[in-house]
Design a binder for this molecule. Structure first.
Ligand SMILES: C[S@@+](CC[C@H](N)C(=O)[O-])C[C@H]1O[C@@H](n2cnc3c(N)ncnc32)[C@H](O)[C@@H]1O
Length: 287
């Protein structure tokens, strides 16, 4: 049984959320370029694999949490052109970059929403599946996001997580660890001019739980079945956590993208802002 976080801890978590949003706001314009370059393009394949295991019902709705510049949302639409995607992210500049990629074809079924993974603006049991790529590491406390996603999933729905393995384990005789600790922050700083952001990346990968711990965490959050697949010698993992029960065939599919936050507003950029009055969620660009 987990104790509720102290007020101090939740204030620290709120502050962390804002710092993370500010950081992604600063690097948003470099994000895609650095992603593809630093992973030698492998990230495109990893996101494709993530979308592949989501298995939404035809015509269903998928939550893409920490959607960033919408690459996972787009991978989902390419594989399941008739679904709708609620692309939720905390950082507006990331969503704005992503929105520029939308062409008005099948991708008009992607709805970018600025919101918090710890308080999702979605109805209970409204999503056929949920995905998160390289995002869960940034959310504190992780358990709040695990539980929120579980609440929004229909029975039998999958929460599919793409994330780096823990950086504490040596991979390729330590070559990968050297890349992570030294090469990646240096390259990140060189291109984006933001040393802190890429040091943060290495630190959060090192601190991230290994696949067994994460599985336990997901089971503790209430998922019925959890499994994972290692990719690239365990540098990256695909985790799948299933909610108990059968998919409700007659569930109201439209409920999926109806937002339930107390404060909802649409900006001129067409991106919904869904925050509670307690957490107005102002990004660095909106102060
Ligand atoms: C490394 S990026 C991943 C973006 C995208 N999923 C991808 O595959 O490229 C992490 C994202 O997590 C988002 N994020 C961090 N904390 C969040 C939270 N509490 N709720 C929603 N998104 C959050 C950040 O704004 C950022 O866009």
């Amino acid at each position: 049984m987990q104790r509720p976080p102290s007020t101090e801890q939740s204030q620290r978590d709120q502050l962390h959320g804002r710092q993370v949003a500010a950081m992604f706001g600063r690097i948003a314009r470099w994000y895609d370029f650095l992603n593809h370059t630093l992973s030698l393009g492998l990230d495109i394949y990893w996101r494709w694999r993530l979308a592949r295991v989501a298995l939404p019902e035809p015509g269903g709705a998928v939550l893409d949490l920490a959607a960033g510049t919408l690459d996972v949302s787009l991978a989902l639409i390419r594989q399941y052109p008739d679904i709708r995607v609620a692309a939720v992210d905390y950082t507006l500049p990331m969503l704005v970059r992503g929105k520029h990629k939308l062409t008005g074809g099948p991708d008009k079924r992607i709805l970018p929403v600025q919101g918090d993974g710890r308080k999702l603006p979605l109805a209970d049991e409204s999503m056929d599946a949920a995905t998160i790529a390289f995002g869960i590491r940034n959310i504190r406390p992780r358990m709040a996001a695990h539980r929120e996603v579980l609440r929004c999933l229909k029975p039998g729905g999958r929460f599919c997580i793409l994330e780096f393995g823990t950086g504490r384990r040596k991979v390729w005789g330590g070559l990968y660890n050297f890349y992570l600790e030294s090469v990646l922050p240096a390259l990140g700083r060189l291109v984006s001019g933001d040393r802190a952001a890429y040091r943060y990346l290495a630190e959060t990968i090192r601190e991230f739980p290994d696949e067994r711990q994460l599985s336990r965490e997901l089971m503790d959050a209430g998922y019925a079945r959890v499994f994972h697949v290692a990719m690239l010698s365990g540098i990256v993992y695909l985790h799948v956590a299933e909610k108990a029960g059968q998919l409700c065939a007659d569930a109201d599919k439209e409920a999926g993208v109806k937002t339930q936050a107390r404060a909802v507003s649409a900006g001129r950029d067409g991106i919904l802002r869904c925050f509670t009055p307690q957490d107005p969620g102002k990004g660095p660009d909106e102060e």
